[in-house]
Design a protein around this ligand. Structure first.
Ligand SMILES: Cc1cc2nc3c(=O)[nH]c(=O)nc-3n(C[C@H](O)[C@H](O)[C@H](O)COP(=O)(O)O)c2cc1C
Length: 187
């Protein structure tokens, strides 16, 4: 491994940002399928492969937008609901990632960790291909009507994230703590 490609790899890992505002240019489905396939190579204890991926088409997206409006309407009223529906209608790609449930609490915790690793792997692959994403775990992902739209059996699986993806219009800045603030060197 040469120094330069290692630095470039680090730059991809460091440079990925959560994207809120996307261009409307569609992302090729082939690229998304590749990203999902790559994601399945994430570490997963006992090789349980606990993840499932659901790519939403236009009809499903519309149903989610209506549900989003409904949820905000109940909480904040029509103005906020219409605003949020419009905002969400500008998210180009919609992907839902679920985790298989387990009666074994430790196994389910580890499966959730594995699904998280898979999502990050997928988001980094997309970022390298100039595609941004946002991992959302908001109210809608816990709503039984959302599970119905996606076709998730809540006794079998739960939502780890609703992932929006598309080419970034705005890439926000971020910061992190210094390494010394998060690393302990033991003797
Ligand atoms: C498990 C998980 C759930 C998240 N859910 C949300 C969310 O519901 N809404 C949101 O705005 N961001 C959500 N995010 C994105 C984080 O807010 C984001 O990663 C954080 O602000 C750091 O920004 P960065 O990804 O650009 O480094 C979530 C991230 C993770 C890992």
């Amino acid at each position: 491994m040469d120094e330069r490609s290692l630095r470039e790899f680090a730059e991809v890992l460091r440079g990925r940002r959560t994207i809120n505002v996307f261009l409307q240019t569609p992302v090729p489905e082939k690229l998304i399928r590749e990203a999902i396939e790559v994601a399945t190579w994430a570490p997963n204890h006992h090789v349980t492969e606990p993840w499932r991926f659901y790519l939403l088409g236009d009809e499903s997206k519309e149903r989610c937008l209506d549900l989003c409006r409904e949820i905000v309407l109940q909480k904040k009223g029509p103005q906020a609901a219409d605003f949020k529906r419009r905002n969400w209608s500008e998210k180009p790609g919609w992907l839902v990632v679920t985790c298989q449930r387990s009666d074994d609490e430790l196994l389910q915790r580890e499966n959730y960790a594995a699904c998280s690793a898979a999502i990050q792997t997928m988001m980094l692959y997309l970022w390298k291909a100039d595609v941004g994403s946002k991992w959302s775990s908001g109210d809608i992902t816990k709503d039984s009507r959302f599970l119905d739209i996606v076709g998730i059996d809540p006794t079998q699986a739960f939502v780890v994230g609703l992932i929006w993806y598309g080419y970034p219009k705005i890439t926000p800045a971020q910061s992190r703590k210094e390494l010394e603030d998060v690393l302990a060197n033991l003797p």
